[in-house]
Design a protein around this ligand. Sequence first.
Ligand SMILES: Nc1ncnc2c1ncn2[C@@H]1O[C@H](COP(=O)(O)OP(=O)(O)O)[C@@H](O)[C@H]1O
Ligand SMILES: [Mg+2]
Length: 489
Amino acid sequence: MNPDATPRARTAAPGSAATWQAFLQDAARMVDVSVPLVTRGRLTRVSGLVMEATGLALPVGHTCEIIQDGLAIAEAEVVGFAGERLFLMPTQEVHGLRPGAVVAPAATPASPLRFGARNHPWRRAEDRSRRLPVGESLLGRVLDASGRPLDGCGPLEVTGTRPISARAINPIDREPIRARLDVGVRSINALLAVGRGQRMGLFAGSGVGKSVLLGMMARYTAADVIVVGLIGERGREVKEFIEEILGEEGLGRAVVVAAPADASPLLRMQGAAYATSIAEHFRDEGRQVLLIMDSLTRYAMAAREIALAVGEPPATKGYPPSVFARLPQLVERAGNGRSGGGSITAFYTVLTEGDDQQDPIADSARAILDGHIVLSRSLAEQGHYPAIDIEASISRVASAICSADDLTRARHFKQLYSRYQRSRDLISVGAYVSGSDPLLDEAIRQRPALDAFLQQEQREGASLASSTAALAALFPAPASASYSSHGQV
Ligand SMILES: Nc1ncnc2c1ncn2[C@@H]1O[C@H](COP(=O)(O)OP(=O)(O)O)[C@@H](O)[C@H]1O
Ligand SMILES: [Mg+2]
């Protein structure tokens, strides 16, 4: 034990009697809670994904090894208990399990005693949670949910680790969202302003262009580090995202954590938590981080699989209540840090198949995020990319971070756009008489320019300055009086 180890908070002068007393008290407590004998349990039941073991009293979240014929054949995590029975779930595929296989608990990493700082092991979830690699050496790498490299670029140089679960920052200590962030996409920059530290949802069905849009943001966003969590995607999509969409230029300042659809539900959840903790690490170093999580829906589905398997009753559309508690726990970890520090701006994709607005995950996500960008299948079908539905999308922080002129112009853009959309049928059959609605007249005149403004090539970035300049060029004089000021940006 090194008595000079940096203490977190000294309660008394170093070396004083009180400090020594506190240190010895902590040491005595550590002795009390240590387990002198290693206990081992046995598997009594395996049903579906869940295994039951007896003979162990381990806390939820603890890792175990399943040993059969003297060989460790699988790793499993405690996900629940009932009386004497522990419920475990494997983190990988297991074959050939027999009744009576040995369940051996993994050693708990004891939190080290530090002289001068009170030790409260196991008070928080993160004290017991798994620690995985974080740090500079992760940049440019593709990892699985347990921090093992998937890219064949050799072993990871581990310089530090961090618990994958963490408490969100106290909301009072958080820096408010004040600065606009350049995401490199014209329509988002100008009309759906994103703030540093904002958490946005990207709502769409499959094949509408979510991955391509996220890739554009990963390449062009003004951020120091990009952390990408690919959760529950097909294996092929992971490769495609990294090689074609992200590309060399994107990967250089990025870390990708991939837990594809064939990974166990535990690993899919762990992948999302790991990506978040990598982002937290860079934020705590004072960096501006962009966190991309594709997708939040698949994270919720993994949570549902686990909860149902251990017997939690389903509530809303097959989702047990705990799933709705887990979503904000994950999302709240992103955002700004303490004032003067770094930030995590986050984009979470949410699958809304068949424009199902009743989907409970979409509903819940809309409530906990600071805004949403909705992609429309009908725009994508017309070849209008990025297929952002400007009318249905909203940024809840726009009014706090944009200038009055930018807000007025964005509002006017939306009014023109939606006025045209609503009168589309009338116009196309020639039933609209020009001159009867000045706003619609302007919309018809400006329509080609509005459409061109909204579309953007995949390999073309549009800076924040050029986006607002392009918007200003569309409406040179934002004389607020001439524009009706109702409606929201
Ligand atoms: N900005 C774009 N420009 C051109 N084509 C696009 C664009 N965005 C998406 N696409 C087309 O849509 C397809 C599906 O996009 P993708 O991002 O993989 O969808 P999702 O992730 O929503 O399933 C792509 O293969 C591509 O052909
Ligand atoms: Mg995709």
